[in-house]
Design a protein around this ligand. Structure first.
Ligand code: MG
Length: 191
């Protein structure tokens, strides 16, 4: 079995996040701090809010304040356009990079630098495997995948979700094999 081989080598496949959650608000910012994370890099669409919504999702403002209170720096990194990202980021009072080119790791590294951190001191939180998870993993960040807030209707997104499904299924099986323990960062073969 392919997964079995990878597991023997002790490496976490690049498409796997370090943690999978339903919503960003389910994440404990203090736990991130204890993992050595000092800054979080946030996707916008379907992570902080629904596609094209100008306001954050339920509980998101409070969660961002809790993260700040824990000492975590925060920045937005979105593949969407500046027209979409700027007003949203400004409303949250956060810096941002639009046209972020995820899954390329360069945007993650730049976002980390803007917070005065290295990528390995950051966690990237997003809802897509082929952009958010891959970008975070390639950059050496902690990767946290959240379920999309609402299903996308565009054909391009529906295709991506169909391609994600078998990866998520294998990931869930692996979590079960680990007895529910989430893979920690060292299993990914990254620092
Ligand atoms: Mg997204």
């Amino acid at each position: 079995m392919r997964d079995g081989k990878k597991e023997k080598r002790g490496r976490l496949p690049l498409f796997y996040p370090h943690q999978l959650l339903k919503r960003i608000t389910d994440l404990d910012p203090q736990a991130l701090w204890f993992m050595g994370v000092r800054g979080i890099i946030l996707d916008v669409d379907n992570t902080l809010t629904t596609h094209n919504s100008p306001v954050p999702g339920e509980g998101v403002m409070d969660w961002l304040q809790r993260a700040e209170a824990c000492g975590l720096k925060r920045i937005i990194l979105s593949n969407n356009t500046p027209d979409r990202v700027r007003p949203f980021a400004e409303m949250l009072g956060l810096g941002f990079t639009a046209n972020g080119k995820k899954p390329l790791p360069s945007g993650v590294r730049r976002a980390a630098r803007e917070m005065g951190l290295s990528a390995s001191e950051t966690a990237l939180i997003g809802d897509q495997i082929f952009t958010d998870v891959l970008a975070g993993r390639l950059a050496g960040a902690v990767s946290i995948l959240v379920e999309p807030i609402e299903p996308e209707t565009a054909a391009f997104f529906r295709l991506k979700r169909r391609l994600e499904a078998p990866i998520l299924k294998r990931y869930q099986r692996r979590l079960t094999a680990l007895g529910g323990r989430r893979p920690d960062k060292t299993e990914g073969g990254i620092k």
